[in-house]
Design a binder for this molecule. Structure first.
Ligand SMILES: *[C@@H]1O[C@H](CO)[C@@H](O)[C@H](O)[C@H]1NC(C)=O
Length: 510
């Protein structure tokens, strides 16, 4: 789960309670192929935009010959934005189903069956040029988006559930890492020396079949999540077998009793539905915070960079825009690693504020560079640096933090519903950016990142006044900061004291 974190091994006590078995390595590797696929499809449409647009143009002309010599520029832009953004619609729909599907089929079978979306989607996109059909491309993007939405829920869930406690945080971060590596690989393959040419670009989409085949072939050799087997299916024997395979130990009673405790807690806390979250006064405030934090991730403009950076760089006068895009991918990967370490050590609120502030500065620099571009062509390195900084600050704060905080704001009962709402918000705003950015960029020209800077400023102010620090606090303390409706940054001691008072008063506001 995104709530996982590093548990640094201090002293001798925790060291190598269970070794890392081959089964565990295989299972984690197989699962995060899904994260790779997700990242790959975020990055893949960036570099070859112009080439694929030209192919759409040709398809259009050949289908409408002889009356038409060229596709209308507006229609082309709509078709392209739709091809980019429909991915998020697929993700939005399927991310809402993660809970149901994972309970019904189990984590492992759900991941296997999910690959049907990847096979269908990848083939549709790969065949779209031969079929002279941008409709196939758009449908394919929708299907691979559906795959990604399910994977974005199933992978962290499965990895979290099969990992031994002391490795859970470290292994959990591999999901995010595999995702950004997917983005980077897609950008590199999109180079014109590899697959980014007028004749080879369909292969960029056939590549999606490689992780799909690999994942489908390997998953049957991976054990089902022992937590699913025990907590959902109540199959203690099977759960024990699965734990033995994962840990390589004969005696797994420690892990089993941990799950028993977890099940007891889950049974004692009532499940909360999506509707109840909005109705209940207790949950409404933290849910608003969770939603706005998700918006702060997507409306920061980061996906404008991941989807359209090659176009942005070429407008900013960078001579080899594709290499600049790859540079951004490398910065992204590097800072994901940096943030994996930071997130466990620094407070979430602090990191989010720092990330937002840094992104504002970079967005302003980017705008300045783009405005002055015509007069001073030598300024293009500045806009490149600004984009790299923008990406780096994103990975420090608004990238990882919103997921961390949502998981930490809610206890077991309401958490699944809260995560679903957060996921849906995330995908919806992702769609709005993917679809709307080209239009807004046309309208505002070089000033487009001022718009994002002003959003970011709004989010910065909101975070400062409304987002509590969650690191190292219990749900009790966190929910109390919301009930008080005061500046959530108030001192820990103050919260503890007033939480005590609350208990004595026996307040009930549900
Ligand atoms: C479509 O292709 C034709 C012929 O190559 C070209 O003249 C025209 O500008 C293209 N249209 C657009 C909108 O790119």
């Amino acid at each position: 789960m995104p709530s996982g974190g590093f548990q640094p091994i201090e002293g001798g006590q925790q060291v190598v309670r269970t070794g890392v078995t081959r089964t565990l390595v295989l299972s984690v590797f197989t699962a995060i192929l899904g994260s790779f696929q997700f990242g790959y499809n975020i990055g893949v449409i960036n570099a070859p935009q112009k080439i694929i647009e030209q192919s759409y143009n040709e398809s259009y002309v050949s289908r409408n010959a002889p009356e038409s010599q060229s596709i209308d520029a507006g229609l082309l832009r709509t078709l392209w934005s739709l091809s980019v953004a429909i991915f998020s619609i697929g993700g939005m729909v399927s991310s809402l189903c993660v809970g149901v599907v994972s309970q019904w089929l189990g984590r492992k079978r759900a991941m296997i069956i999910n690959n049907i979306f990847a096979f269908l989607g990848g083939s549709m996109m790969g065949l779209s040029q031969i079929g002279q059909s941008y409709e196939m491309m758009i449908l394919g993007r929708f299907l691979i988006g559906a795959y990604s939405g399910l994977a974005s829920g199933l992978v962290p869930m499965y990895v979290g559930e099969i990992s031994p406690t002391h490795l859970r945080g470290a292994l959990g971060t591999l999901h995010q890492l595999s995702l950004v590596i997917g983005i980077l690989v897609a950008q590199v393959l999109g180079l014109d020396i590899f697959l980014g040419t007028g004749s080879r670009w369909p292969s960029l989409f056939w590549v999606t079949l490689i992780p799909a085949v690999l994942q489908s072939v390997l998953l049957p050799f991976c054990p089902e999540s022992p937590r699913f087997l025990y907590i959902v299916c109540e199959q203690e024997g099977q759960a024990r077998t699965s734990l033995r395979r994962l840990t390589g130990l004969l005696d797994v009673s420690d892990a089993l009793s941990e799950m028993k405790e977890e099940k007891r807690q889950m049974d004692s806390e009532q499940k909360v539905t999506i509707l109840q979250i909005f109705k209940s006064r207790t949950y409404r405030q933290p849910m608003i915070v969770a939603i706005i934090l998700q918006l702060s991730q997507q409306l920061s403009g980061i996906n404008a960079i991941f989807y359209y950076s090659t176009d942005i760089f070429s407008k900013a006068g960078v001579e080899q825009p594709i290499y600049a895009t790859i540079g951004a991918g490398i910065v992204n990967t590097a800072f994901t690693v940096v943030s994996l370490f930071l997130v466990e050590r620094a407070g979430r609120r602090t990191l989010h504020l720092a990330g937002l502030a840094g992104m504002i500065v970079c967005a302003l620099l980017m705008t300045t560079a783009m405005v002055l571009q015509d007069k001073f062509p030598s300024i293009s390195p500045l806009s490149m640096t600004a984009v790299f900084g923008f990406v780096a600050f994103f990975e420090i704060g608004p990238g990882p933090i919103p997921w961390f905080i949502v998981a930490e704001l809610f206890s077991q009962g309401p958490r699944p519903a809260a995560m679903a709402i957060a996921g849906c918000t995330n995908w919806t705003s992702n769609f709005i950016i993917g679809m709307g950015f080209p239009y807004v960029a046309d309208l505002m020209g070089p000033y487009v990142f001022l718009l994002f800077a002003s959003f970011l400023l709004g989010f910065l102010i909101f975070t400062y006044f409304r987002v509590p620090e969650t690191k190292g606090r219990s749900f009790d303390e966190i929910s109390h900061t919301f009930r008080n409706r005061r500046n959530p940054s108030l001192l820990d001691a103050e919260i503890k004291a007033s939480t005590e008072l609350d208990r004595l008063g026996g307040e009930d506001d549900a």
